[in-house]
Design a protein around this ligand. Structure first.
Ligand SMILES: Cc1ncc(COP(=O)(O)O)c(C=O)c1O
Length: 454
């Protein structure tokens, strides 16, 4: 697809063209002009570049975007326009994919544990490809496959020692032995139930995995299981390499990012492609390889800006509050924070209150275990952190919950009311989990496009 045709296809979304290609400047001015204390943009040009990078790195792997990562309609729609399929985890997500024009055969229902009612609903919507990782699930799927349908069941295996930032193994995935047992059980069930087949294998190496080797080993295990499945009379044709791919930029939000070795996505892709060549020797040349990237697509294209609307300077009450050489202030006179600072009263810490918090985009602090990488701006200009007076600080979101804290006890520059916090690459597991707790509306995303894509 050409750049022009993407812009044309998205024209009904009326994306704003970013002046001078500087989205931070655009956002800060937008907030000042409209007096907003938070705003976000989704940059469809960045999303397009991520898809292009994927296609260059892994031309034989068809990405099925994990909608859960950021189900914003602009992201889902743009990825459909760019040729992606979808990984859905609920009937609602299947409907979301269909609503942007996705075909049924471009959707995998990749939730290994499903309510029976949802299996039925997903079949009604036309999708027939499901993952599973246990005996009960296999039986449940067989029992809920409607007359005339052949369920395409994909066994989700458990990759081990992947080195991922967060492992999913505690929740999903069949071990080696369990996978073998499930395949044998499937063979027995297939003798009496003609409404399903073992269509292939899937895995998820865990979240934030910069190691190609993790994917390679899991593909090897899928290939071994494919041979067994073939011996048992099945003909699996699908490998689903899951998600977990992270971008260099989003890595900065991980708590221990300094300890993560540098990586190159093209190298990871090359290692996977090489292993898929081996897999095809067993699965057959008509093997289909798909993936379920979430954060790899959704992270980089979203930027958040939030603004400080409240500040409390917490002076040390135990500190002798007058320094001899400073001008005396009448004890009766009430002191302002500035007076106290001029008198050099010791600041214990500073508390800030901003427009976006844990119940908004920053819910990923809890659910995605991140430590958001923040930059500070005054008007349109970045604060030179080397040059600033710094204090231990706490930044709170806008709700009344004291847990709503997005930065805890870190040294940062002394900020003023009206200053901005800019968080780049903040699209993964942010908007998706944002709520209206305390009646505070979810910060909406403005769609933007870079001038060369306009
Ligand atoms: C089944 C499945 N596939 C894909 C993903 C996407 O993972 P990521 O965003 O790390 O690529 C998830 C994330 O929870 C998942 O559960």
């Amino acid at each position: 697809m050409t750049e022009q045709s993407l812009a044309k296809r998205l024209s009904d979304l009326q994306p704003h063209i970013i002046p001078n290609n500087d989205s931070t400047d655009y956002m800060l001015k937008y907030c000042m002009e409209k007096d907003l204390d938070a705003m976000a943009v989704v940059n469809v040009s960045i999303l397009k570049r991520q898809v292009e990078l994927w296609k260059r790195a892994m031309p034989s792997v068809w990405p099925h975007y994990a909608i859960k990562c950021n189900p914003h309609p602009v992201i889902v729609r743009t990825l459909h326009e760019l040729g992606c399929g979808f990984d859905a985890a609920s009937p609602n997500e299947v409907e979301k994919a269909l609503s942007v024009g996705s075909t049924i055969s471009s959707i995998i229902y990749a939730n290994p544990q499903k309510q029976a009612v949802n299996i039925k609903k997903v079949y009604e919507l036309g999708v027939d490809t499901f993952t599973f990782d246990s005996e009960m699930e296999l039986i449940k799927m067989i029992e809920n496959t409607p007359e005339g349908k052949i369920g395409q069941f994909v066994l989700r295996i458990l990759p081990v020692n992947t080195g991922a930032h967060q492992n999913f193994g505690s929740k999903f995935g069949a071990s080696k032995k369990e996978s073998e047992r499930l395949l044998k059980l499937a063979q027995r069930l297939a003798q009496t139930h003609k409404n399903f087949t073992i269509a292939g294998f899937s895995f998820h190496v865990g979240t934030g995995c910069p190691f190609g080797e993790a994917y390679v080993k899991a593909i090897q295990e899928c290939t071994r299981l494919c041979s067994l499945a073939q011996e048992l009379g099945f003909a699996p044709k699908l490998i689903d390499i899951g998600g977990g791919f992270i971008t260099q930029e989003a890595l900065l939000h991980l708590k221990d990012h300094e300890s993560i070795p540098s990586f190159n996505f093209m190298d990871i892709g090359a290692a996977i492609e090489k292993q898929l060549i081996e897999a095809r020797k067993v699965f057959g040349e008509d093997m289909k390889a798909i993936s379920e990237p979430g954060r790899f697509f959704a992270s980089n294209c979203v930027k958040l800006v939030t603004r400080i609307y409240g500040r409390r300077i917490m002076f040390d009450d135990n500190e002798p509050d007058v320094i001899e050489q400073m001008p005396k202030v009448d004890e009766e006179e009430s002191l302002t924070e500035s007076d106290m600072m001029i008198r050099q009263n010791k600041i214990e810490h500073v508390k800030y209150y901003v427009g976006e918090g844990m119940y908004g985009y920053f819910n990923n602090i809890m659910f995605d275990h991140v430590l958001p990488n923040m930059r500070f701006f005054r008007n349109e200009f970045p604060l030179d952190e080397q040059d600033c007076e710094k204090h231990i600080s706490y930044i709170f979101g806008p709700t009344c919950d004291s847990m709503d804290c997005i930065l805890e006890g870190k040294q940062i520059p002394l900020l003023e009311i009206g200053d901005f916090i800019v968080v780049e690459c903040f699209g993964a597991y942010t908007w998706a989990g944002a709520t209206e707790f305390n009646g505070i509306a979810v910060t909406q995303m403005v769609t933007v496009v870079e001038p060369e894509d306009a």
